[in-house]
Design a protein around this ligand. Structure first.
Ligand SMILES: [Fe+2]
Length: 243
């Protein structure tokens, strides 16, 4: 399929395309994002960033992203169409740290099994062109397109505080799995978290934990002749792919 056919398929339903390597394919967009981040750094006290990663998301009118947790700070700039963004505040909807640890230790993908009764209870916002969204590190969220072709410029980055939290969860995950301990939280206050984080970073450096690549069942293929451009595969034809 050529690019126009791919876009037509996306326009027809639930498919989405994530355009990577923007610094090569669309350097104007990449440098625009860098300029935005540098402006934040000048204007927002204590804001800083590193490992900036950005991509262009083109998604169909019925595309949905089910509840999940990202292992990075996220900032999404919305350009075209409308999408509903739902966020679950962990103070009101507590999710176990074990879920975050499993994602960080790469035992599972980012999707999480939120309680069904929570699905309509998160904080919702509709994003239109020119709006954006950001939220605290590792908060559960979901996205649903509202009937139009959507285009967003997505970005992920790290902040020293998110690296500290990531490393503390990494350490807790190992304590729980290797030593059978039940760590409560990530340590008392920022200092406790920092100490736990040092242990986590050292464990990572020493390669104490080397996860097997995650295997995901390939449940469908993109097929222009199928309804909505998606042909679901019977169970026996599903292949395991590494992700
Ligand atoms: Fe996300």
């Amino acid at each position: 399929m050529n690019g126009i056919e791919v876009l037509e398929l996306i326009r027809a339903g639930r498919l989405w395309l994530q355009v990577e390597h923007l610094h090569e394919l669309a350097p104007d967009l990449y440098w625009l994002m860098r300029a935005a981040y540098d402006e934040f750094r000048r204007r927002i006290p204590h804001f800083t960033y590193f490992n900036l990663y950005t991509n262009l998301l083109i998604s169909g009118p019925a595309a949905k992203v089910t509840p999940h947790i990202d292992v990075a700070e996220v900032l999404l700039f919305h350009i075209r169409g409308h999408k509903k963004f739902t966020l679950w505040d962990p103070a009101k909807f507590p999710v176990p740290d074990e879920w975050r640890e499993s994602i960080i230790l790469r035992e599972q993908l980012e999707d999480i099994p939120l309680k069904p009764e929570w699905l309509g209870m998160g904080q919702e916002a509709v994003l239109g062109p020119g709006q954006g969204v950001s939220f605290p590190f590792m908060w559960p969220h979901a996205v649903e397109n509202l009937g139009e072709l959507n285009v967003s410029l997505q970005s992920e980055y790290h902040h020293p505080a998110s690296i500290r939290r990531y490393a503390a969860l990494f350490a807790n995950g190992l304590l729980r799995r290797r030593l059978g301990l039940s760590p409560q939280g990530t340590g008392p206050g920022a200092l406790g978290e920092a100490l736990r984080a040092v242990a986590g970073l050292m464990a990572k450096k020493l390669k104490v934990h080397s996860p097997k690549p995650r295997k995901v069942a390939l449940a469908f293929v993109v097929d222009a002749r199928a309804e909505g451009g998606v042909r679901w595969l019977p169970e026996q034809e599903r292949m395991l792919v590494t992700k």
